[in-house]
Design a protein around this ligand. Sequence first.
Ligand code: ATP
Length: 387
Amino acid sequence: MTTVTNKTDNTGDVRLSGISKTYDNGFTAVHPLDLTVPQGSFFALLGASGCGKTTTLRMIAGLEEPSSGTVHLGEQNVTALPPYKRPVNTVFQSYALFPHLDIFENVAFGLRRRGIKSVKKQVEDMLDLVQLGEQARKKPHQLSGGQQQRVAVARALINHPKVLLLDEPLGALDLKLRRQMQLELKRIQTEVGITFVHVTHDQEEAMTMADTVAVMNAGRVEQLGSPADLYENPRTTFVANFLGTSNFIEAEVDTKNGDDIVLKAGGGKLVLPEARCSAPTATGGKVLVGVRPEKISLTHADDAGDIPEGRNRITGRIADSSFIGVSTQYVVDSPVCPEFEVYAQNIDRDARLVPGTEVVLHWNPAHTFGLDAAQDIDAGIQEEAAV
Ligand code: ATP
């Protein structure tokens, strides 16, 4: 069961227990899923198109009936409740504002529908929260996409939901506006302190905003954790590749040395802290050794003697290099990995490091992670069988 703890108040918890969705055509979009999102967190469901993110969100909202399992909001089992009886509101990619109403009336809509007469103070507070106090009398078409999305957020928040669901809310915005709105939404969430569940396929967006991210793949949560934890300690190749770039080396467990595992890879040895290995660590076990491109240093083969003791090292030849300002990106062919990627910050660049040069790649063993190669193969087979 995947659970995030550390909570003081649980009225805004979202708890999914064994929830699944199989559509009428027999396709299972979400396999039985246990997930707890604690009150007040900014939670992201991240995954490629079609992995079941929106279906999961819609089951929380009550817009999709689960095939099995239950949805709890706080202590309340809401599985059988229609959407309007759940303490949640949803913000969609299409802002769905009323074009004939001005911004003030769009935000006031939920209150008026509930028969509340004096809406002025609440609407003004909400417009201030989303920094649109000056735009109250404009119509939606007179605002930018980002401003319209903020109106949609204000219109949802004025109902004081326990949970705000955001379904790719920034999908229609251009890149610059997206980046601005990511920070803006994070600020709003911190200010109102309610639970936000955000669906996105954009890993940078999820990592910028969310304190906890669930990476979904083919209707399952592959891994859940803080952005830094997922990036530094991925447990599957899918997660490792979805959140940035990774290099992989096929290796075999040789011995243990204290808290470390010593692995054989292409005639050489690599060291991996046992705590960072999600594969079985018995001698002879197969491990996929991963390392991020920015963790690796490149040294000209002639200077190999200068590399400090205790670093993992492999040899190779530079196949390609691209200068991209803040860093230079190298592709290195190595006997243990055909296209090793290395990102080197442009400080004291060694002008000898051009394509064709023999180099040693080396890194701190603490920056290495180990994956269970067999498990990834199993997952691939399951996925193929599901198609
Ligand atoms: P996207 O980012 O493209 O919206 P998603 O991860 O949110 O993707 P879902 O919308 O949850 O994915 O869809 C998951 C899978 O379920 C997809 O393969 C989709 O085609 C399928 N699906 C969604 N709705 C239905 C439906 N009503 N009937 C049958 N299959 C459906």
